[in-house]
Design a protein around this ligand. Structure first.
Ligand SMILES: *Cc1c(COP(=O)(O)O)cnc(C)c1O
Length: 376
């Protein structure tokens, strides 16, 4: 029998071995790793809220009030007032009838998708969709068709293909992101909505990197383009710009009632701590209010300074091989800059890259420094 050591040696030989890096400080613009202070360009804490003093105080007060744990799954006795308030809050922000929250964005996708589609159904998805969407689609048993990134003609061809084969009652579900996590570019969402409508398909949009960053009040790309009413499932996470953790989906009341009955990652998992849910609500108010607007202004100044053409807080520099990406990442680290090398299987083979993420909490000097080292 093959031992894990054999597989690990092969990973190392291919430049694909991954190891945990321990942060010796909170998540913030300057972090300490292996006793070295580094400027952090590797977190998704786009607004710098993960270590926000006000939210920390709110979390502590919520713990005093609700305790540290929820004690049961949501359907047993784990649902408390903060969970319901949070779901009302995010549904109101996204202009849907209802919402459901999960312990993470990953759990949202793998619970949600198999509750919508099954073996007689079809999933049509973008090639660059996040692993959680891929895993959800696979788990569902639906027939999957993948179109090249943002390729609307191929998407149309897959929708037509599915419609020819589907039975009367079958569903076709389209999966896209609003802002793609490893490239930082946006989906042509208006055209995607039209195509889904034309072919009678359901549409799920993952706004993991849109919420808090894109659109008025940071409400995301669907909101910016006025498309919320055309999207059946607006999904996202509280673990990026919102600074905490947990996932959500906003949808019709009927869909949410169905998910409560069928989404296995919701049903068979302990409810997120009520204090966490309460703090997320507070963070959402911050993100979508005037403080959020100020932070976004700052974030977008940084983004434009680094890359005038960037469409989000994610700037990718595609390098090529795993070894090249690792070498560049190491070189930056020696200069005091923490920039991760993203490799297969997170991105397609041959497109290993440096992934720089910016935050409102960076100072202008740090952004200038990474710019010089990236372009120079
Ligand atoms: C990060 C991410 C998720 C997962 O969210 P978590 O809350 O971190 O589990 C899902 N979809 C996309 C596009 C993401 O970038």
């Amino acid at each position: 029998m093959r031992q894990p050591g054999d597989d690990l040696r092969k990973l190392a030989a291919d430049g694909l071995l991954r190891e945990l890096r321990v942060l010796e400080s909170p998540q913030q613009p300057r972090v300490v790793v292996d006793d070295q202070e580094l400027i952090n360009f590797s977190s998704n804490d786009y607004l710098g809220l993960a270590n926000d003093p006000g939210l920390k105080a709110c979390y502590q007060q919520a713990i005093e009030r609700y305790g540290v744990g929820s004690g049961a799954s949501r359907l047993v006795s784990g649902t408390m007032a903060p969970h319901i308030q949070l779901e009302k809050h995010i549904a109101t922000l996204k202009h849907t009838e209802a919402a459901l929250t999960f312990s993470s964005g990953y759990a949202t996708a793998v619970g949600l998708i198999p509750a919508i589609v099954g073996k007689d159904d079809f999933v049509v998805m973008d090639k660059l969709c996040h692993a959680s969407l891929i895993d959800g689609a696979r788990l569902s048993g639906a027939t999957m068709r993948v179109f090249p990134h943002n390729d609307l003609e191929k998407m149309r061809a897959h929708l037509a293909w599915a419609n020819e084969r589907k039975q009367d009652q079958s569903r076709v579900l389209v999966l896209v992101e609003s802002v793609y996590s490893m490239d930082g570019d946006r989906a042509p969402l208006e055209a995607i909505c039209e195509l889904a409508k034309e072919y009678g398909a359901l549409l799920l949009v993952d706004e993991a990197h849109g919420l808090g960053v894109v659109g008025k009040g940071g409400l995301g790309l669907a909101s910016e383009l006025g498309l919320e009413s055309q999207i059946d499932f607006q999904m996202g996470t509280f673990s990026k710009a919102v600074g905490l953790s947990g996932g959500y989906v906003c949808a019709s009341r009927q869909w949410v009632d169905w998910l409560i009955n069928r989404a296995r990652s919701f049903i068979y998992s302990t409810a997120p701590a009520p204090a966490l849910a309460a703090t997320i609500s507070e963070a959402l108010a911050l993100v979508t209010g005037s403080v959020g607007d100020q932070l976004r202004d700052r974030l977008w100044q940084h983004i434009r300074n680094l890359d005038a053409g960037a469409e989000s807080a994610i700037v990718a520099k595609i390098v090529g091989t795993n070894e090249q990406a690792l070498a560049e990442s190491l070189k930056l680290r020696e200069m005091g800059l923490l920039v991760p090398a993203i490799r297969y299987p997170t991105v397609p083979r041959g497109t290993a890259r440096l992934r720089i993420t910016l935050s409102a909490s960076h100072d202008s000097e740090s952004v200038a420094l990474i710019g010089e080292n990236l372009h120079g």
